[in-house]
Structure formats: C-alpha cells, structure tokens
Design a protein around this ligand. Structure first.
Ligand code: CAA
Length: 295
C-alpha cells in the first residue's frame, strides 16, 4: 500500500550512487545504512582528511560489530566496507544520483553546501537534507533546481529507529518524492510525509517532553530526580540519556527552531545554552551501578 501522500511509484528514478555530506556520527550512520540496504557505492565527504577517516573508521567498526554478533556474513561485511569510501572533495559526488547532507544545523551552512554540490552533480541528482528542524523551503530557496530538494529526516540511532520523515517543500517534484519513498522502502524504514513546519512532527512532540524536563532542571530539579520520576512511564530512554545521544546542541537547535516558529509555546532554555557554551555534553552521566552523576 502506498503511504499517504506518496506519488505514483512509477515516477521513481534508480539510485546507483549516494553522496553523504559530512562524516560525523549521523552522516556515518547514514552511509552505513545506504551501503548495506542499497548495495551501491556511498561516498562520504567532509572538510578534512581526519574527519573523513574518522567517519569511514566508524562505518568499519560498526560492520565489525555486526559481524561479531553474527548479524551479517563475512562476505556482506566485506562488501559493505568496500562500498563506503571517503573524500575531501565534492567532486566525488559528480556521478551520484542522491546526495544527502548531515552537516551542522545552520541554514546558511546547509545552503552553502547545496550550492556547492549543485555545481558538481547532474541536474537530475536528488538533494536531501537530514535537518531535524530547519525549513526545507528556505534551504531550496536560491538553488538552480529547487524542485530536486526534499527533507529526509532519520532518527538516532539510525540502524534501529524505524521512522523516516519525508519533507516536501512547495517546489519538490513528484518524481523526487516518489524516488524518496522507494528509497525508504529499500532502506527498510517507515516513511511518513510531513509538512515543512518547524521541527516537522516528531521533534515537535518530543521537544514538548524534553523542553519540560529541561525547564524543570532550569527551575532547580536535579536531573537524576527528574530522570527517576520519568522511568516508570516506560520510555525506551530517559530524556537525559536521549539528549546526550542526540547531543545537547542539536536539542538546543530544535528548541530554537520551534521557538522561532511557535513563539512562547516553545521557550528556549537559557540554562541549556549556558551548559553548551561551557562544553557540557550531557545533563548527567551514569556513574557506578547506574546511579546518575551530574557532570
Ligand atoms: N547503533 C547501532 N545499533 C544500536 C545502537 C547504535 N547507536 N544502539 C543500539 N543499537 C542496537 C543494539 O546493537 C541492539 O541490537 P541487537 O539486538 O542486534 O543486539 C538493539 O539496538 C537494541 O539495543 P539494546 O538492547 O542495547 O538497548 P535497548 O533495547 O534499550 O534499545 C534503543 C536501544 C533502540 C536506542 C532504545 O533505547 C530507544 O529506542 N531509545 C530512544 C531513541 C530515540 O528516541 N531516538 C530518537 C531521538 S530524536 C532524533 O534522533 C531526532 C533528531 O533529529 C534530533
């Protein structure tokens, strides 16, 4: 059955090579997923060799983990490793037909990335953003082919989270959208078509909970108390563990986008900004015997 809002699948185009802009954690997880599920070459690109090597190293280590758990065969492991390569040049995307970015959550940075990628790829190449909260419409603005851009938003950890938010901007072409839905199926993700609204659907809802937890922290409730209080609610991960996994700066960016779009319904935590400015990575870390410790 075709997902709600998905165009005719006959419009979908084949994807034979994927480019990933960025080689950070999210980008590396995406590279591995695309290589394993599509069995096509995936090239990860970042600004220096050290970052690229780190990303490719992450992919190899994750493949080795799957192999040691006997989740994949030795052949499949070798294939996946061979399919993922790294580059410091966007020229490596010249023959890609799908390029996804997972770089810093700032509109100007992402626009610059897409302008540079567009100068290299073919006019048919699809451009996707993994942004968790920024406007896809604003990102397409100024592109030579704005109809080829869409949001393709994965959740952390990419290997296990089943959902994928597909974001249509006003100019997104039906063939681009159809390709995205076919791709989602091949990646074994459940794709939902969402409107281009601040933080889309999932993060908008998630930030209600996370935002209130952070607000309680701002008002003086210690993180471990809030964490213990929420545990009986059956969440797969406490809000604090989750904020550490996605990264406090990402949580802050989502808060800011929601605040910009919806005003006081989504207040921005001054305390969170202070912690990030001071280099704090997590609101608490598990200490001995799992007892939370405030860093
Ligand atoms: N990478 C790869 N695989 C991972 C992983 C990771 N980072 N973390 C866990 N897994 C795998 C494990 O290897 C394990 O696989 P096997 O069964 O093959 O061994 C499986 O997932 C289950 O893991 P565990 O048994 O260790 O732990 P768990 O049952 O607690 O599940 C979890 C882990 C799936 C991450 C679960 O805690 C969970 O669902 N947490 C919530 C995650 C969430 O809400 N994510 C959304 C974040 S918001 C976001 O990403 C949006 C954004 O834009 C900011």
């Amino acid at each position: 059955k075709r997902p709600a809002g998905a165009p005719d699948r006959n419009l979908a185009r084949p994807v034979t090579k994927v480019g990933v802009v960025g080689a950070g954690l999210m980008a590396s997880q995406l590279a591995l997923l695309f290589a394993r599920r599509l069995q096509v070459p995936v090239v990860m690109m970042d600004i220096d060799q050290e970052r690229v090597d780190k990303g490719v190293g992450y992919v190899r280590a994750e493949v080795d983990k799957l192999l040691s758990k006997k989740r994949i065969s030795a052949d499949a492991a070798n294939r996946a490793k061979a399919l993922v390569t790294g580059s410091v040049s966007k020229q490596a995307f010249a023959d890609a037909d799908f390029v996804i970015e997972a770089v810093f959550e700032e509109l100007a940075v992402k626009k610059q990335v897409f302008a540079e990628v567009e100068a290299i790829v073919s006019p048919e190449c699809i451009l996707a953003t993994n942004t968790s909260s920024l406007s896809v419409t604003a990102m397409a603005d100024g592109l030579r082919h704005p109809e080829r851009l869409l949001g393709f938003h994965f959740f952390n950890p990419v290997a296990v989270m089943p959902l994928l938010e597909v974001v249509r901007a006003p100019q997104t072409d039906d063939a681009v959208l159809a390709t995205a839905f076919e791709l989602a199926k091949a990646l074994k993700k459940t794709a939902v078509l969402v409107k281009d609204a601040p933080a889309f659907v999932v993060n908008r809802i998630l930030l209600r909970l996370m935002g209130e937890v952070i607000a309680a922290f701002d008002e003086g409730t210690p993180p471990d108390v809030a964490d213990s209080a929420l545990r009986p609610m059956g969440l797969p991960m406490s809000p604090f563990t989750l904020s550490a996994m996605v990264g406090l700066p990402v949580a802050q960016h989502v808060q800011e986008s929601l605040h910009a779009g919806f005003g006081d319904r989504f207040p921005v935590s001054g305390n969170l900004k202070k912690l990030i400015d001071n280099g704090v990575k997590t609101l608490w870390v598990p200490g001995p015997d799992g007892v939370p410790v405030i860093p």
